[in-house]
Write a protein that binds this ligand. Sequence first.
Ligand code: TYM
Length: 351
Amino acid sequence: MRVVSGIQPTGNLHLGNYLGAIRNWVRMQDELDADGSAQIADGGSADKNECLFFLADLHAISQPHEPAALHAGTLEMTAALVACGIDPERSILFNQAQIPAHAELQWLLSGTARMGWLNRMTQWKDKAGKNREGQSVALFTYPVLQAADVLLYQATHVPVGEDQKQHLELARDIAQKFNNDFATEEEPVFTLPEPIIPPEAARIMSLRNGEAKMSKSDPSEMSRINLIDDADTVMKKVKKAKTDAEPLPSEAKGLEGRAEALNLVTIFGALTGKSVDGVLSEYGGQGFGSFKPALGEVLVETLSPINARFIELKEDREALDAILARGAAKARERGLPTLDAAYKALGLVRG
Ligand code: TYM
């Protein structure tokens, strides 16, 4: 098993990232290391079960950005991931920009990816809106870089939220076409990656609008819970979360057409390991006046240890740089054989 996934180091890590993806990264890391043997030794074997997690800093330049904020954000997001439980001794944690092979492989895959495939990407359509002509080329070709990110390491499993599913289907299409066009069935160049999406938290929605996903780019801070929010802020955001006037129903089907209520119950369930029906069997019939404080408490209980570790880690810039440098050295080793195979398959001569 090769588990690979990434996150853009822009803005704060929020509850959607955590429940949709990062919590699964940690679980997969821990499951792969059930016997405690997954120490990433320098010069260690590249073929055993491994997790590679990265800061997608190259992706972040596809939209207007502030260089100093990207640099600081990359280190802070590293601290946030470690605070959430990613252990750099057991997982390979790095940032893309230290590994030129990501950008190189993206170019090699650009000969295989089709314009029509990229034109269908909903994230491209959403982000570009009506102003396609004014967007960066990088925003359009972004999914090809994402394909390179996972194909470079022969990823078998990619834990992500639902909004990344289409990008991973594209990565599979690119891998399949490349293998068909330039390799043999017996010796494919790329492995087809499987997205791993948590059913209970595939899509966490904004606290202000149950139809929009919780997102770093939402201008309203009240729309999201950041993993580094303190207890008072979390309680305040939950209290102000948009709801309706009805009490909670006793079964999930009573939440149809009540997107905001469904979102809060989903978050409660994801945090406590209960299904939506399980939560409603406890809180059905009650109003938000009693449900919201209960949700706030569960959130604070989950987030405060993460918060405390984050505050401790984020000041130690040297330690964070060292984590990324070590991770990058390991990732470079892991990616090299695939990059070489891709060049060779395409007939490109290198010294
Ligand atoms: P990004 O940085 O937007 O989000 C990181 C992860 O968090 C998940 N996520 C959510 N899950 C549930 N509900 C939400 N509201 C929510 N918001 C975000 C995302 O699905 C993602 O798993 N393009 C990617 C980064 C990337 C990547 C990759 C991921 C680059 N290369 C290769 C996987 C494999 C992105 O912008 O994620």
